[in-house]
Design a protein around this ligand. Structure first.
Ligand code: 5AD
Length: 346
């Protein structure tokens, strides 16, 4: 019988654990509040009580990919497709700047209309208008050359979840032409170019086993990302996984805490997916090691259309214009939203 308190203590002091120990902490046979308190101590050592906010701008829901879990997959004909103009994106940034955002995240499906020239033009315009802000991209798999061009245009960070680090599981979630190896190569290219890189995975995606989550943690240890985003899988009615069960909130929060202990310096968001399936999901993540929140800064008219999963939250604390609600939630949890770029502390 392993003593979980000593495992947690070891994880808190050495930032590592054996496979067996990590699997134990993902289980339910112990009092997880000890794990959450350890994660919170480590988070406070590095980031004090600061919570960084990112304005999320969903630039396009056109996507050439057909990921089986995702509501904006190419073969979903029930989506009303949109893409924002450069002017709309700049308008979102200007509104966000006034609200106190100093990082803008441009996220979208893999949309050929946002070619390299177009992206570089938009990145340069945002940096010219807001030189003290960070630009984060989350627009999928591109060539190393494209990533380099975006970086040279001023992009600071890139988010690309690996989704699952197990080959077979990856193949069951994605169409045959998408390869885990290609995804990993993108992540290593991004790091090499000089981006602050974010990766991550879904918790409870169909077919996921504890061993897959272990592989996710080990892959992240190899990648050493600056940001790590995880959220529960949530089914979408127009996908092949429509009838699959959602991921567990409890397990997701435990994994947030485990990630904080494995990666003391990482920027870890309390994700929208977590806030969508549990009213207190975001607060629970914040008290278990998360230190970032990414409210929606997209134009109101498109928020319903960027439906990665059913009932995706985009009002109240998830909406950038309702920052007061978010700030209140964060301060009630014992933390403080700060006006800052919120770069990774190494
Ligand atoms: N449930 C939860 N998360 C999802 N994502 C995509 N579809 C879903 C879903 N059905 C996540 C993926 C992607 C991120 C932008 O959204 O992990 O990387």
């Amino acid at each position: 019988m392993i003593d979980t308190n000593s495992v947690i203590h070891k994880l808190e002091t050495t930032h590592n654990a054996t496979d067996e120990e990590l699997l134990l902490l993902m289980g339910t046979d112990y009092d997880a509040s000890v794990l959450f308190e350890a994660a919170d101590r480590v988070r406070k050592q590095v980031y004090a009580g600061e919570v960084y906010i990112r304005g999320l701008i969903e630039i396009s829901n056109h996507c050439r990919n057909n990921c089986l879990y995702c509501g904006i997959r190419a073969s979903n004909t029930n989506v009303c497709r949109y893409r924002l103009t450069k002017e709309q994106i700049l308008g979102c940034c200007a509104a966000g700047y006034e609200l106190g955002f100093r990082t803008f995240v441009l996220q979208g499906g893999e949309d050929a209309a946002f070619d390299d020239d177009t992206m570089c033009d938009i990145i340069e315009a945002i940096k010219a208008a807001h030189p003290n802000c960070a630009v984060t991209l989350s627009i999928g798999e591109k060539s190393r050359q494209s990533y380099k061009r975006f970086f040279d245009a001023g992009a600071d960070r890139y988010l690309l979840r690996h989704e699952t680090a197990d080959e077979e599981h990856y193949a069951s979630l994605h169409p045959p032409k998408m390869k885990l190896e290609a995804r990993k190569q993108c992540l290593f290219d991004l790091k090499d170019i000089g981006y602050q890189v974010g990766s991550g995975f879904m918790v409870g995606s169909p077919g996921q086993m504890p061993g897959h989550l272990l592989a996710d943690l080990r892959f992240l240890q190899e990648l050493k990302p600056d940001m790590i985003g995880i959220g529960p899988f949530i089914s979408h009615k127009d996908t092949p996984f429509a009838n699959c069960a959602n991921g567990s909130v409890d397990l997701t929060v435990k994994l947030v805490a485990i990630l904080r202990l494995l990666f003391p310096h990482a920027l870890i968001p309390a994700t929208t997916a977590l806030g969508t399936i549990a009213a207190d999901g975001r607060q629970r993540a914040l008290t278990a090691g998360a230190n970032v929140v990414m409210p929606n800064l997209s134009p109101q008219s498109v928020r319903e259309l960027y439906s990665l999963y059913d009932n995706k939250a985009h009002t109240g604390a998830e909406a950038a214009e309702s920052l007061a609600i978010l700030k209140k939630q964060v301060s009630e949890a014992g933390y403080e939203v700060v006006v800052a770029r919120g770069d990774v502390k190494k």
